[in-house]
Write a protein that binds this ligand. Structure first.
Ligand code: HEC
Length: 153
């Protein structure tokens, strides 16, 4: 039986993410055995960054304070819970609660100007990199962070 069928539903109700739109639930479609594999994989530790840029990005993830709000399993310093768990962020289809697709461009835009992508979100308002001029990120920093996040499959 290789038919794709509905095998689960995550009932998550959220506030209006975009004006006029409400997230009411995510249907999980696929084969049950793949779902079990996916669950196992989600529980596993993040892969270590291999490219030089991704390695620099993983250091920036610490020095720029991302670890305060984000968890990356397998990285003992990254234990924050205010923001989403980023252990396997590269496999996700959407970012920022589903409002943009997870592409390299959108991820760059998100890290550069989260407040423009999603006005008033917590990351844009509380993260020191966006409200403390001494912590501000350069385009090169963002490029390395994107390389790191994209390596987290
Ligand atoms: C003050 C806490 C805080 C800090 C510090 C912070 N973030 Fe976030 N981050 C969040 C929150 C909250 C969200 C969810 C925003 C939303 O969708 O409303 C988020 C979302 C994200 C997302 C999108 C994840 C997804 O699944 O949609 C990425 C990628 C991300 N942050 C990377 C970073 C990086 C890289 C840094 C460091 C430069 C950082 N964050 C610093 C709180 C933080």
């Amino acid at each position: 039986m290789n038919k794709i069928r509905l095998i689960g539903r995550l009932d998550i109700k959220g506030p209006n993410l975009v004006k006029g739109m409400q997230l009411e639930g995510l249907r999980v479609l696929g084969k049950p055995e793949n779902f079990a594999k996916w669950v196992e994989h989600e529980k596993s530790d993040a892969s270590s960054p291999s490219s030089e840029s991704a390695q620099t990005g993983s250091q920036l993830f610490l020095s720029k304070g991302c670890i305060a709000c984000h968890k990356i399993q397998g990285n003992p310093a990254a234990v924050g819970i205010i923001g989403p768990n980023l252990t396997h962020i590269a496999n996700r289809q959407f970012l920022a609660g589903g409002i943009i697709e997870n592409t390299e461009n959108n991820l760059t835009k998100w890290l550069k100007e989260p407040d423009v992508v999603k006005p008033g979100n917590k990351m844009a308002t509380i993260a020191p990199v966006y409200n403390n001029p001494d912590m501000q990120m350069t385009d090169a920093n963002i490029k390395d962070l994107v390389a790191y996040l994209n390596s987290l499959k």
